[in-house]
Design a protein around this ligand. Sequence first.
Ligand SMILES: Nc1ncnc2c1ncn2[C@@H]1O[C@H](COP(=O)(O)OP(=O)(O)OP(=O)(O)O)[C@@H](O)[C@H]1O
Ligand SMILES: [Mg+2]
Length: 264
Amino acid sequence: MSEVPILEVNDLSMVFGGLRAVDSVSLKINKGEIVALIGPNGAGKTTFFNCVTGVYVPTHGEIKINPPEGKTAILNGLKPNTINEKGLARTFQNIRLFSSMTVLENVMIGRHQCLKSGILSSILRTPKQRKEELKVLEDSYRILEKIGLEEYANDLACNLPYGGQRRLEIARAMATDPFLLLLDEPAAGMNPQETNDLVVLIQRLRKEDNISILLIEHDMSLVMTLSERIYVVDYGKMIAMGSPLEIKNNSQVIKAYLGEDIDA
Ligand SMILES: Nc1ncnc2c1ncn2[C@@H]1O[C@H](COP(=O)(O)OP(=O)(O)OP(=O)(O)O)[C@@H](O)[C@H]1O
Ligand SMILES: [Mg+2]
């Protein structure tokens, strides 16, 4: 019997006015896989993420999850925070941190999101809630250690170097205990050293936290190093799927990337 994918997107379309930003895209992710979604600028990659994470309600298609622990669910029409509670967490192409809060507080907010009591009860300050708050703080610090940002815990998020801010976005997403992490251009703006560190981090998260990763990225060297499978979209349509080697040699992909270097 073949494996049940943890994420199964069938025939997804997203239309804005007359533009089919995503056009009948189907994609599957198996447990423990690192999968990349690549394509030229404006191909529909972020829109695809926005549909899967509830930012947009897709015009057509089905988004289904089979969490490793938990029930099969259809995500269409659910709100972003409900989808997050179901175990999908994401980062954004344009960094979205609380810049005037500390690095630790940014992770704590992510952690609160996955607790039933929420942030309001922690303001009420009963002993039970104080205990829970302490646990949130400890958990958040542990996540910072895992991501390698603990030395900046009390710095303001806006004072982190750019690569650090991108890592903090990952820390905040990890704070919600996802089974699937969706990363939208995690290496954008990083220097080569920061990008190498990111590769190691993503591999560690998969191994140590048993999560799967769907990754949008323009850095082809990173994509080819990390991914087991790659999906390629162009003008909203899926034009190829395969191993890094298959994608590198696919003539349609080479044509879509004409003028760009995918031979990384
Ligand atoms: N909210 C929206 N309203 C109208 N058009 C949109 C909206 N969001 C995206 N688009 C359009 O949909 C298309 C796909 O955009 P999208 O941001 O998904 O591309 P992308 O593959 O993520 O590109 P990039 O690599 O530059 O980030 C583009 O033509 C974009 O202008
Ligand atoms: Mg994008």
